[in-house]
Design a protein around this ligand. Structure first.
Ligand SMILES: Nc1ncnc2c1ncn2[C@@H]1O[C@H](COP(=O)(O)OP(=O)(O)OP(=O)(O)O)[C@@H](O)[C@H]1O
Length: 641
């Protein structure tokens, strides 16, 4: 055994800061800041939620990290990968920054709720944790407010003020309090999200890293999205409460026993990676109150944020309302947007914008709002997020870039919030889901760059090879959920707070995905028909561009069906998923009409340019639809604002 692996393990249940052979003891953030850059602390999380803090030095590699995990947590680490966002870490750990959360994932595809939980019992490894009870996983000044709240909570914990569990919502959440007993923060551990191994409300069954409630958002990855929404909310424009990623240690947190998903009793302090958000005192949420009193500017600002981040979960319960005048008259309420865990999906998705039919959303943007939108720079945003949240996936950033470009161009064209939101939303007709107008533009842009590659003299394989690879490299569906629909239906909390506007819910998306999974098996058979058949399909693929050019809203479904079969099978959009998982494992193909992760840098740049070019005709079409709708409904001057 290498010398450094013999060093003592400091851990307390799932808590640990692993001291390496350099012998230094971790004493919190301050001491790390003073140390040389040779030493970095990281937090390694297993798929079942155990967290081990350890200090790395330059000679460390994935193997040594895994060995330490094996010793400290008694978990098998063979056949597993150490991942950091999109990256699978091998020998070189230089990309891993101080305080980064890493994930240990097993390489087998079909994991289920019956997979034994690897949470340590604590008996073998109980030692004192050297780190503080709450540590912000960043030293950025952007989290100054959070730092102050953390300080207050730690003081309160020392005098015995304990957190309280939050009963609403599907995930595990806890109100942490100050010395006066007032709630000052809400903490949501990443391993207690819906379907995550330690969810306290019975919604378990998946490992961290697998597709979650939304198929394009992995289990355990909602925390960094909450932080991303806060970081992107420049000048506190939309009023997102200060949010950070933390490592937090407390006995209140939930740990399930792995086999049945039952709560473990008598568990001592456990460490979790969690989102930490300032608690904002409020009077009610937007589902409890008429929306007509909401200020136009507040609705616009939240809508602008939702569009940029493609929020798939802006239901009324995720808008807190505070009365400013004690009564809550028109304009005298403040809106606080919360719960951004399902934003920035890894591929274009159907967003959920509760505000879409509110009259405020049909009022044109103000000069200030247009100025704010004009100044948005999605490339700069991406760089900022990469630097503040190094685990963020490139696919999420590409979605941010596309949606921000879409917003900027649409606002400059003169579209209002409701029109932009509608263009991003899918339509459901006769039980079928149509791609949104935004997605159609993306499909068209991908078609055009694919055609360009086919006809380019530089194209190496020529048409046959190109077509063959399109047909054979499309995404295999790697994820096989073990829960059946009965499992999903069994918990009434699923009916809580979702999709009140259009009757859709994440549940229906899940059901659809199962159907599509079955269908994709048929597709799989069809794919293995050989090169000749693949070549046969070429003309229809090449014709798609032309056929989509004159697409109208009413024709969308039909045209799309002509292209892809009957469902979104994305022959342009998928990628191979082998028998082994990687950090960049593709999400299920059926989750999206448009993928963004599978393009290389050059394709992505070409795609972005094409996308931008295609926007103005799409906006013109939308404007004419709005006008004709207004005429037919005689709504022209009925607006009350
Ligand atoms: N920043 C905050 N300030 C005050 N209360 C909050 C805050 N964030 C969340 N809450 C309260 O906690 C409840 C649960 O939070 P949240 O909706 O974020 O959890 P969730 O498990 O993600 O819920 P859902 O299942 O609706 O997605 C909210 O309904 C709200 O009442």
């Amino acid at each position: 055994m290498p010398r450094k692996l013999e060093s003592p393990v400091h851990t307390q249940m799932a808590v640990a800061v692993f001291k390496n052979s350099l012998g230094g003891e971790y004493r919190g953030n301050q001491s790390m800041e003073g140390k040389s850059s040779r030493r970095r602390r990281v937090f390694v999380q297993t798929e079942t939620g155990c967290v081990l803090g350890m200090e790395l030095d330059r000679s460390d590699n994935a193997h040594t990290v895994k060995r330490r995990l094996q010793i400290a947590l008694n978990v098998p680490t063979e056949e597993s990968s150490l991942t950091f966002g999109d990256m699978v870490l091998k020998n070189d750990l230089s990309a891993v920054r101080h305080d980064s959360p890493l994930l240990l994932t097993r390489n087998f595809m079909h994991r289920s709720s019956s997979t034994p939980c690897l949470s340590p019992t604590g008996r073998d490894i109980q030692q004192k944790d050297k780190s503080g009870p709450i540590e912000i996983l960043s030293h950025s000044s952007r989290f100054a407010q959070v730092k102050q709240i953390v300080h207050d909570i730690v003081k309160a914990m020392k005098v015995g003020v304990d957190p309280l569990p939050v009963h609403s919502g599907l995930g595990g959440a806890y109100y942490f309090r100050n010395s006066c007993g007032e709630s000052v923060a809400i903490i949501k551990p990443t391993d207690e999200e819906p379907f995550a191994p330690n969810n306290p409300k019975g919604f378990v069954g998946k490992a961290l890293g697998q597709p979650g409630l939304k198929l394009s958002v992995r289990v355990g990855e909602t925390g960094f999205r909450e932080v991303a929404a806060y970081l992107l909310d420049y000048d506190h424009f939309a009023n997102v409460p200060p949010t950070a990623l933390v490592k937090v240690t407390h006995s209140i947190f939930n740990v399930n026993d792995g086999v049945n998903g039952n709560k473990q009793k008598g568990v001592k302090a456990v460490s979790k990676i969690a989102s930490f958000q300032q608690y904002i005192p409020h009077d009610f949420d937007a589902s409890d109150h008429g929306t007509s009193s909401f200020p136009v500017a507040a609705v616009h600002r939240i809508g602008i944020l939702d569009i940029r981040i493609l929020n798939t979960d802006r239901h009324a319960g995720n808008l807190l309302v505070r009365k400013l005048d004690g009564v809550g008259r028109f304009g005298q309420v403040e809106l606080i947007p919360i719960d951004h865990g399902l934003c920035l999906p890894e591929s274009l998705e159907d967003p959920y914008f509760e505000w879409i039919h509110w009259p405020q959303a049909s009022i044109p943007f103000s000069e200030d709002e247009l100025e704010y939108i004009k100044k948005l720079d999605p490339i700069r945003d991406s760089e900022m997020l990469r630097s503040e949240l190094p685990m963020i996936r490139e696919a999420c950033l590409r979605v941010l870039v596309l949606c921000t470009i879409f917003l900027k161009e649409a606002a400059a064209y003169g579209l209002c919030l409701a029109e932009i939101g509608e263009m991003m939303s899918r339509e459901f007709r006769s039980g079928e889901e149509d791609p949104s107008e935004l997605e159609l533009v993306c499909i068209e842009a991908r078609m055009l760059i694919a055609e360009r590659e086919v006809f380019s003299p530089k194209s190496e394989g020529g048409i046959d090879e190109f077509q063959f690879s399109m047909d054979y490299e499309e995404g295999g569906y790697a994820f096989s959920p073990k829960m059946d629909s009965a499992d999903f239906m069994s918990g009434s909390p699923f009916h809580y707070g979702f999709g009140s506007g259009n009757g859709r819910s994440p549940l229906s998306t899940l059901d659809e995905s199962f159907e599509e999974e079955l269908e994709s098996e048929d597709e799989e058979d069809k794919r293995h028909v050989g090169n000749a058949a693949a070549f046969e399909r070429k003309p229809s693929v090449l014709k798609l561009s032309a056929s989509l050019k004159n697409i109208s809203l009413g024709e969308k479904k039909q045209k799309h069906a002509n292209f892809t079969g009957t469902k979104p099978d994305n022959r342009y959009l998928g990628n191979t998923s082998s028998g082994h998982r990687s950090a960049n494992e593709q999400l299920p193909v059926s989750a999206s009409f448009v993928k963004v992760a599978d393009m290389n840098e050059e394709e992505w740049t070409m795609f972005r340019d094409k996308f931008q070019e295609l926007l103005s005709p799409a906006f013109a079409k939308r404007k004419s639809i709005t006008l004709s709708q207004r005429q037919s409904q005689r709504l022209g001057t009925s607006c009350q604002f």
